[in-house]
Design a protein around this ligand. Structure first.
Ligand SMILES: Cc1cc2nc3c(=O)[nH]c(=O)nc-3n(C[C@H](O)[C@H](O)[C@H](O)COP(=O)(O)OP(=O)(O)OC[C@H]3O[C@@H](n4cnc5c(N)ncnc54)[C@H](O)[C@@H]3O)c2cc1C
Length: 509
């Protein structure tokens, strides 16, 4: 029950409003200085973790542990024009960690403060109303939480000429009404939000830490949590802290305060959360035994129901679907291994390099447009996540089984029919097909089935105590659209909810 000292962990804590945006203010501070126990330990300073930490710090002490560095001084992260560079950087210090699912499709997960919001394409939209109802969230609090995020980091995008052409084509083929600029996910054609400002500068969830109480929050970066520590002496296993290592590999322990309401909260993302649970002894017994991990809770659902939104996009031109049509500016998929022209298993690094070389021979006009992609918004096909080893730095094995469910294929075919109509409207010249050979990832991976199995404060004997998950892995379905808006909102929402549940009206939010 002690806090082990370290002298080499960078911290990005005690950020004032201005400071949160400026790398100058990130100073080295030893973990010793932070000392003590925390009311909340949040693992993962990502899309959900940052707004959650900022909110909880209004009333309680919070330790936020992030395995990556800060986004502020990283040009690959900060600028829209470098979006593909962060993804193409496969070095161990990259803000993104690439992984290849067993389907053969290349994919990325964040490894930086701000999480996915620091490496993603920036598109921002709210979930549809049906999703909020099905999750059972308090609509009033949801409607207060979205604007809390939007005021700080979301912007209205500027329109490229070809995007105007696409808008007109969509309206021509009957995808109406035109809803203008809106964050709402509604039927028709619309312009959504973006976390890039008009100068192309990215605003990540890490900036939400500017709303934290600097006296109550401690943010450690390059702090990789290796496992959750449980007290198994009582009736139900209870999370009491975490074991983490700094960038020199030195191990430390941090503990939650001695109050039954204190919690360890996992916000480690779609792959990180099931992996962390298993490494900590929570998961299918057979899987844990395979790696000689002491079992804390046999839970067959951890790692099951992994789903990713398949996208089908040509290397130039467009694609689209009944569910969701996106248009992206520029052609960048190949650099990040999203090469739809050849089947997934042939997308070797050499094939990607060859494509990039040939792309250089294209006339520069080819890059003035963009590509339209079709995405299956609510994939029915699912796969699973299993461990490869017990090293938290390594990716687990994950399969998504794209298009294994016939409904996904049906959806895609309907989309392609709509695409043919767009071609007839003569604004666009090329289209693609949908199958397992052309599939790429829209990079929204989520876990479907371990929802609610991981415990809050309940009297449910199946649960663990003082452990909670707040990230995309709690979603049972895709929020009908790109998820980051809803995940950012959820971080704020859950923070306020926890404070109100604990303090009632005296909660300072
Ligand atoms: C390339 C790409 C493009 C995308 N484009 C869009 C888009 O345009 N619009 C949209 O809405 N969505 C988009 N998404 C999806 C969206 O960004 C993610 O779904 C979302 O950010 C996930 O949020 P999260 O909080 O669940 O996880 P994350 O934001 O990934 O946060 C998890 C955090 O935990 C940290 N972590 C993991 N393990 C550990 C550990 N052991 N110890 C300490 N820290 C750890 C990670 O480093 C990370 O910072 C995109 C995703 C990608 C990868």
């Amino acid at each position: 029950m002690q806090v082990v000292a370290s002298t080499s962990i960078h911290t990005g804590t005690h950020l004032s409003n201005q400071q949160a945006r400026s790398p100058r203010h990130h100073r080295r501070r030893s973990y010793q200085e932070t000392g003590g126990r925390y009311d909340y330990i949040i693992v993962g300073g990502g899309t959900a973790g940052c707004p959650l930490a900022a909110t909880l710090s209004q009333n309680f002490s919070v330790l936020l542990l992030e395995r990556g560095g800060v986004p502020f001084s990283n040009v690959n992260v900060s600028f829209l024009s470098n979006f593909h560079l962060a993804l193409a950087d496969t070095s161990p210090t990259s803000a993104s960690q690439y992984f290849i699912s067993t389907d053969g499709v290349l994919n990325s997960r964040a490894r930086v403060l701000g999480g996915g919001s620091s490496i993603n394409a920036g598109f921002y939209t709210r979930a549809n109303a049906g999703f909020i109802k099905r999750v059972g969230w308090d609509e009033k609090l949801v409607n207060e939480s979205y604007p809390w995020v939007e005021k700080q980091i979301v912007h209205q995008p500027t329109f490229a000429p070809w995007q105007r052409a696409l808008r007109d084509s969509l309206l021509d083929v009957g995808v109406s009404p035109f809803n203008g600029f809106t964050y709402d996910h509604i039927y028709g054609t619309k312009v959504g939000g973006t976390i890039f400002d008009r100068f192309g500068r990215r605003h990540t969830s890490a900036e939400l830490l500017a709303s934290a109480d600097p006296k109550k929050i401690t943010v450690l970066i390059h702090a990789t949590v290796q496992k959750i520590l449980f007290d198994t002496s009582g009736k139900r296993p209870k999370a009491v802290g975490v074991l983490f290592k700094d960038e020199n590999g030195k191990q430390h322990r941090a503990y939650v305060s001695n109050n039954p309401k204190s919690e360890v909260i996992l916000s480690t993302g779609a792959l990180g959360t099931p992996q962390m649970l298993m490494l900590s002894g929570v998961g299918p017994k057979a899987e844990l035994e395979k790696f000689k991990i002491p079992i804390v809770l046999d839970n067959e659902f951890v790692g099951k129901g992994m789903a990713d939104n398949p996208m089908n996009a040509p290397s130039s031109g467009y694609g689209q679907s009944k569910d969701s049509i996106h248009c992206h500016h520029g052609i960048m998929s190949a650099e990040i291994g999203q090469l739809s022209t050849i089947p997934p298993k042939q997308r070797t690094p050499e094939a990607v390099q060859d494509y990039i070389r040939r792309k250089r021979e294209l006339p520069h006009e080819a890059f003035k447009g963009g590509f339209i992609l079709e995405k299956i918004a609510k994939p029915m096909s699912t796969g699973e996540l299993t461990l490869v080893n017990t090293n938290v730095d390594d990716n687990p094995s994950v399969s998504f089984n794209y298009f294994s469910h016939p409904d996904d294929l049906k959806s895609c075919v309907q989309g392609i029919r709509m695409a043919a109509k767009l071609v007839q409207s003569q604004h666009f010249l090329n289209y693609t097909k949908c199958d397992q050979q052309t599939v790429e990832s829209i990079l929204n991976a989520s876990v479907k089935a371990n929802v609610n199995l991981i415990p809050k404060h309940t009297n449910d004997t199946k649960s663990l105590e003082q452990l909670r998950v707040v990230d995309i892995s709690t979603f049972n379905e895709s929020p009908g659209t790109n998820p980051q808006g809803t995940i950012l909102m959820m971080g704020r929402y859950m923070g306020v909810k926890i404070l109100r549940d604990r303090l009632g009206k005296t909660a300072g939010v």
